[in-house]
Design a protein around this ligand. Sequence first.
Ligand SMILES: [Zn+2]
Length: 1073
Amino acid sequence: MPPPQPTPKKAVPAPDYKTLKSQWDAAKRKKDAEDATKKAVTAVEPNNTDEIKLRELRRAALEGRRKKAYQSRWAWTAGFWVWMLAIHLVGLGYFTSGFLLTRLQLDDKSLCDVSPAGQEGGILPAWPGKGTPEGGCWHPKTFDKAVVVLIDALRYDFTVPVDDNAEFHNRFPFMYETAVREPNKAFLRPFIADPPTSTLQRLKGLTTGTLPTFIDVGSSFSGTAVEEDNLLGQLRGAGKRVVHLGDDTWESLFPGYFEGNLSRPYDSFNVWDLHTVDEGVIEHIFPLMEEGRKGEWDVVIGHLLGVDHAGHRYGPEHPEMGRKLRQMDGFVRDLAGKIDERTVLIVMGDHGMDSKGDHGGESDDEVQAALWMYSPKGGFGRTKPEFAVPPATAVERPVNQIDLVPTLALMMGIPIPFNNLGRPIEEVFAGPRGNSWNNLAAAERVAAAGVKRYQASYFAARGMTEEPASTPGSPADLWDKAEGLVSKGNWVAVYSAFAEYQRETLARCKSLWAQFNIKNMILGIAVMGFGVLTLLVYVSKGAEDDEAVDDPELDDAEKSLEIMGVIPDSELPLENVLERKLVAAAFLGAVPGLIGGALHAYLKGTGDYYRGAAMAALTSIATVGVSLYEIKETLRTLVPSTIWGWMAAVFTLSQSIGFASNSYTIWEDSILLFFITTFGFVTALSALRIQSLADRYMAIYHSVLFVVLGRLASASKLCREEQMPYCTSTYYASSTSSTSALWQLAIPFAVSLILPTIIKAYLQPTRSYEGLAPAWIGYVFRTGLFMSALYWVLDSADNGNWISGLPEKKLKNLSVYTAQMVLGLAFVAGTTAFMWAPPCVSIVTSASKSTPTRAQVAILGYGNAHGARYLLLPLNFLVSLILLSKPMGGGALAILFWQILSLVEILDSNSLSATPIGPVMLAILGSFHFFKTGHQAVLSTIQWDSAFIPLFSVRYPWSPLAVAMNTFAAQILATVCVPLLVLWKASPKKKGALAETSKKLGAFVSFFAVEGWMSMMWAGHLRRHLMLYRVFMPRFATAGVVLIVVDLVALGVSLLGLRGNTVAIGEVFGWAE
Ligand SMILES: [Zn+2]
């Protein structure tokens, strides 16, 4: 709502440039003329119209020159930040390349007639068809056909009786019941995944039998074909026809493997859709089970996604999850009824889900899936009577997921894939009475021989030598002992000896592939470290010259002399611009490093051309460092000289050094809140020195408000597993949910009511709620906020089926269009408005009271002309980030923005703008609210469903962009607000805003760069730590991605926005820069 105008003197509001500009010019001319008569001077005053015209021309020419000079200075500054981004990318990339697990992929394939255990003298007597798929390549075949049902995210506890009323317990009892009732026909066991627990990685493990490599996580979104020897390739090689139904990840992993006319792939990423994939699988699988059609296939794979999607969308504790599990129970029950004696039915999960229904990491809930096998033939056994009942929890008698690979291969009579490291599952080979020890020993031995053969090939390919058998406990030693037992005929001992060999080899492979390339890691750390140092020197540069420049009166005098042609243009020659020197140095420096690195790779034949990039980064940092030194910068300037400088340094360093400790990393959000509180207290104390009583009270008020808001935001929590039980999640309806509670839907409405009014209150003291501001903030911004509040109501109505009888997807359609409108409003309309908006000022001309013939010119909002106008840009981001952040996160972001406004007021009233504390506090606010928007530095807190807020299905690049904006909303908003630190309460006379903003960005980015660099060092140093993949590695990954996001936003939004703003102010008031 536009406020009643505070002043009756006000002229008609000026809505556009032309009117504003002409009003300003006219007023100025009038004033100039009056001043001239009043002073009645002198040599430089115009005495005829020609002189005035000439002056106007000179003025225009000067403005043009200044504008051009500004634009090229801007381009050089942007160039400096592009260089910084490149340094960060090279540093992070190079370190990561040394850190990731690497496993050489071998192309060898197992052959049916070449058993790794040798052809002669096996444990079992020769069976009919030995060495052929018909009889069984390496072991007697037991099944002709298989139906494999993969229920995505089927956690083990979903399938066993648990004494509670949770929605996810006791809804899927069929598998447990059959295993107890008919142990010979069925068994159920925990099925443990190797992290990362993403479906793509799991499918690779479940088909090749080998361990994941970390680098593959990144390809989770795209999916790449499996090149290694795998079950499906072996099945196809044996002439089996494989049908695939469900999750289309299979099609991208195994292109062309499936019977085209029978297979039905479905899009796997539409997490909001619980039913399409499942109904598709169920609809198409039953016809294939009819007697008449069993001849059309040998293996059917059905991959259902409903349970996984219910977890992602609602969390396990939701009625939809209960319904989904009941549906799965009925489905498996029906399917089992259709299975004949030649066929084995396997039902399994590929991973579990955490308490909110997400996965990706390596917590217990994420790795514990379930495995059930069923055959009406009744050939399964237990080696001990106490194994008859399925384990009550997943920690008892777990099966590794890779064990499915040798098991299924031997059952189906095909060779075990070459790279397999798993072992046969006991129940399948133990015989109905559980005493077929020779069968077990034979299966275990052939699998172990495969592992041994693989290891030998791997060592040969890598040029490594095996540990000799003389070392006790080495795989070679264990192998010799096991082989020695074969001739004695004690099959129980043979079985456990080969199992021991397999376990040891698997453990060795795990540690072998977890080896790190220390050279790459050190090079990455060096690039990042020198990059941080350069940035800090660049930042510390500013302080003294900014003061020298910023004298509006001197500038005015200078400018008028220039216009009169008395002195030539005082503009700096371009060659003296600091950023230009640095960019030139960076390019010159990069060349020798690039050539040297590439040449080294070529001559040594290592093929490591990436090292060229790392060398180029280092040499270019060196030349930039030298040119900074030439401008008389020494490292001494880095030592803080004020309490504020020290505070900034301590906050940054203690935050980063803390990453060495896992408890610090786990409780990071509480520590950031402590920093915020400390800053509030220190500024409140410092405010006591302010002379003016009113100013002093306002300064204290803002400091207190800053702390109170921080405390208020800390009510929003999403706990990580390690914080339990000392933390209660409040971000969602409950700790086992991923939907919002009903009361939380009120938060976005409250935000749309209150936030625009708060922003207005910050603009009014400087009379800056003028121009476009009332319309934009009062109406457009508020409408956007209201619509995003509406979006979350529609979303909840859809999730909770509030309105029965609506056509399907009606609410989803409505909510997606609402979201798209909000984003359109923010980015399309908002950016256009920001580009074209005149300054938020109004020019008022009125008669002077004392001398009525003379005009008085007043400009409302003049003192904050830069800040008020720039504010429109963060507002555009704020509204879209609030939409993408769920109700609780939207509330946190509104508080963040309020805190930022208080921060700039605190900095202004305590005269702290020259210190680095402003940007550092802004960075701390961004980091703090990352946690308050429902995130933690772990993979599973990524809110993937935010991709579907403005979209129906996955679309590039929009889906990843939406997820990134949800994840890094707080840091993005903070970055967009960095120029406010310089522009807030800056009049159009402000000089050097570009250089100053670039320095502020430097201090801001330094916070994140130090964080990235330190977490990198700690992750490297603690690479053998137990908590590496749970704590340190995710923290490093988060810091790395945040740094790149901050760099990109600083360059693409903050600097670009500053340029647009300066041009707009300059067009009206003339160029001050
Ligand atoms: Zn999932």
